[in-house]
Design a protein around this ligand. Structure first.
Ligand SMILES: [Zn+2]
Length: 539
């Protein structure tokens, strides 16, 4: 029997977790964090309790109750009895692996909970980004995609409650399997095996899993690089007893590397696939199919035009990890005689991806990149951060350096960095260029209201910022074109489906998967809208 079961990504953007079973072999296509379901129950200060292990994520439906899939150390005593009557409960045998499409958390996040012996198949860039993100990111128990330290539970003295007692033993790295492993440089291998791994100097023991290749998988796989708003993204092809199954991951046809997506479409079509599992992020209504996309080239042109006329400080606000966007602003900095001031996290990510991709500039040798050091540096900065500042000592700039030569910098800040502005004191009329997406929920709307207040307080000129009008957040017409979506527009999604021409299309990663039905009616492609937890039998 060949079957597909969707445990996430249905009627939501992200949270993809698709189980593919073929006889006694099985794989997951991504194992992502569901922003939608998380936001229904949690917020920044109300989070699943790390000390309760798997209980909270299972109880609140963040992960499916598949017994045998998750880390044993996170199972509190009696956990699985609680879920044995859940309609989705199943005992799972061995899983052959997770095919990870890219390193965005809504595709990778809940790998954190999976048994450590389940190998993760990805591109080398994706594997390295998961490590860099974890080295330099928050250390929550639900963000341990690349490595983790097992925990143990018991009753601490003086307590009657069962609680997480301690982190036990060595940090363990998951087994990642990448394509072209043989091409890695010794520096790249060293980063994988050593790196920073800890937020403090107390490194501790670390059990490294050396990188393996894709050929170790029991399935025949094809890994197709595609263009998305993070480097290293790929689509997958899996040969099954019911024919080839293609999984798009997230992709677009209007970015700098759209040729990758074009090539994927060509190669996937040649396989004459039985099923195409295709993302549909940009499907909102019937008009979605006539709306086009702003391209990365247009973003470059619009931002260059806005910045060229500015003689004060320029702040560029774009999504972290969007390296293509960072490179656009680096080019604009060069074009306008400014330097690009990046955050230490950006520097760490650039350095990491630079180990694999020659197109990434070398920070040390690039006169146009500097690294901003926050004013209120803590007494004991994170280990990785201190290393970055040490390595690039002569590249560090402080608030005073920027404040005294404001027309010489483009400063990469997001909303969460604006509390540095009192130290920088931007000149009135300085430019705040917003190059990211519009608010998607109430929390983000509240943040936008705050951002507008900051801009007002410092007398900055906002450009490309969504403005609230009659309860809607829209970017003023004259300031559009500063953000290119990481996802294909409706028209391009139809092109992907029609050119690959699978027998069956299953939409995923979409609020409105049903919208595919109308335009593909006469295409001879069957559309199946999967339901959460219900297996679709393909044999
Ligand atoms: Zn993504």
């Amino acid at each position: 029997m060949v079957a597909l079961t969707f445990y996430g990504g249905i009627n939501e953007i992200g949270g993809n977790k698709v189980l593919l079973e073929d006889g006694d072999r099985s794989l997951f296509l991504d194992f992502g964090y569901s922003f939608k379901r998380n936001k229904q129950f949690y917020e920044e200060y109300l989070r699943p309790r790390g000390g309760a292990g798997l209980l909270d994520p299972l109880e609140m439906g963040l992960i499916p109750p598949l017994e045998g899939l998750y880390r044993d150390d996170l199972a509190t005593p009696g956990l699985w009895q609680r879920f044995s009557n859940n309609p989705f409960h199943r005992k799972m045998g061995n899983i052959d692996g997770v095919l990870l499409s890219h390193a965005h958390l809504d595709h990778s996040g809940y790998i954190s909970f999976l048994k450590e012996d389940i190998p993760i198949y990805s591109t080398a860039v994706t594997a390295f980004i998961t490590k860099a993100n974890q080295d330099s990111g928050r250390a929550g128990f639900d963000q341990q995609v690349c490595y983790f330290r097992p925990v143990s539970y018991g009753c601490p003295s003086g307590w009657q409650q069962m609680a997480c007692l301690s982190d036990r033993g060595n940090k363990r790295q998951r087994q990642f399997c990448i394509e072209h492993r043989e091409n890695l440089s010794p520096q790249a291998i060293r980063f994988w095996e050593e790196g920073f791994r800890e937020r403090t100097a107390r490194q501790g023991e670390f059990t490294c899993s050396p990188l393996a290749g894709h050929s170790s998988c029991s399935f025949q796989l094809r890994c197709f690089p595609v263009d998305h708003s993070i480097p290293g993204a790929c689509a997958w092809g899996i040969k099954t007893g019911a024919g080839w199954i293609i999984y798009s991951g997230d992709l677009r046809l209007h970015g700098k590397r759209s040729h990758l997506t074009e090539e994927f479409i060509k190669q996937a079509a040649k396989l004459k696939p039985r099923v195409l599992i295709l993302e549909g992020t940009n499907l909102h209504d019937n008009d979605s199919f006539s709306r086009g996309n702003t391209s990365e080239q247009e973003v470059y042109e619009s931002a260059l035009e806005a910045i060229t006329g500015s003689d004060g400080l320029v702040i560029a606000d774009f999504s972290p990890r969007d390296i293509d966007r960072l490179l656009i602003f680096l080019q604009i900095a060069r074009d306008t005689g400014r330097k690009l001031a990046i955050q230490p996290k950006d520097a760490y990510l650039l350095k990491t991806i630079g180990l694999l991709e020659p197109r990434i500039p070398d920070i040390a040798g690039d006169d146009d990149i500097v690294i901003y050091q926050k004013t209120t540096a803590s007494k004991s900065p994170d280990h990785w951060q201190r290393n970055i500042y040490e390595e690039y000592q002569d590249k560090t700039v402080l608030a005073d350096d920027i404040g005294s030569a404001q027309d010489k910098f483009i400063l990469c800040f997001s909303f969460f960095d604006v509390n540095e502005l009192p130290s920088i004191r931007p000149a009135p009329g300085s430019l705040y260029v917003y190059s990211s997406s519009e608010p998607h929920d109430e929390e983000q709307e509240i943040d936008f209201r705050r951002l507008h207040k900051w801009i007002e307080h410092f007398n900055l000129k906002g450009f490309g910022l969504p403005v609230e009008k009659d309860g809607k957040w829209l970017i003023p017409e004259a300031e559009k074109g500063l953000h290119a979506s990481g996802h294909a527009c409706g028209r391009d999604l139809l092109k992907v489906a029609q050119d690959i021409k699978p027998e069956i299309l299953m939409p995923v990663h979409s609020e409105r998967p049903d919208l595919y039905t109308g335009p593909l009616k006469s295409s001879n492609i069957d559309i199946i809208l999967p339901e959460v937890g219900k297996a679709v039998d393909l044999s």
